[in-house]
Design a protein around this ligand. Structure first.
Ligand SMILES: Cc1cc2nc3c(=O)[nH]c(=O)nc-3n(C[C@H](O)[C@H](O)[C@H](O)COP(=O)(O)OP(=O)(O)OC[C@H]3O[C@@H](n4cnc5c(N)ncnc54)[C@H](O)[C@@H]3O)c2cc1C
Length: 83
């Protein structure tokens, strides 16, 4: 029989991080998932898009702020020329 230091129930973002932290601490970790696919609701039922949009907005608003602050920053030519 396998021996584990830590059993994580659920493979969503919470479970993934718990398992990674346990492994980083040198523990032998098992993840138990009742669904056929791992990843939790964010991966398997499509709750990721709002996170992606949030990241994009933060990135773009930060870009505008950086442009104002240093006055001289421009899009790299590769991005400027993209159609
Ligand atoms: C309908 C809905 C819409 C959402 N929309 C958004 C959104 O637009 N943007 C956003 O940022 N967040 C959204 N969320 C929130 C986001 O999905 C959660 O914050 C995130 O998935 C939570 O991760 P978690 O690991 O805690 O749980 P979950 O992702 O729910 O993972 C739990 C896992 O544990 C498993 N499990 C449960 N019980 C057992 C058991 N007894 N044995 C074995 N496995 C078990 C489940 O099958 C599941 O895979 C939404 C959530 C829901 C429900």
């Amino acid at each position: 029989m396998q021996q584990y230091d830590l059993i994580v129930i659920g493979s969503g973002p919470g479970g993934q991080r718990a398992a990674i932290q346990g492994a980083k601490a040198g523990k032998r970790v098992a993840v138990v998932e009742k669904q056929a696919a791992i990843g939790g609701v964010s991966v398997n039922t499509g709750t990721i898009p709002s996170k992606t949009m949030r990241e994009a907005v933060l990135h773009l608003s930060g870009f505008r702020q950086r442009k104002r602050d240093d006055g001289g920053f421009e899009f790299p030519s590769a991005a400027r020329n993209r159609k």
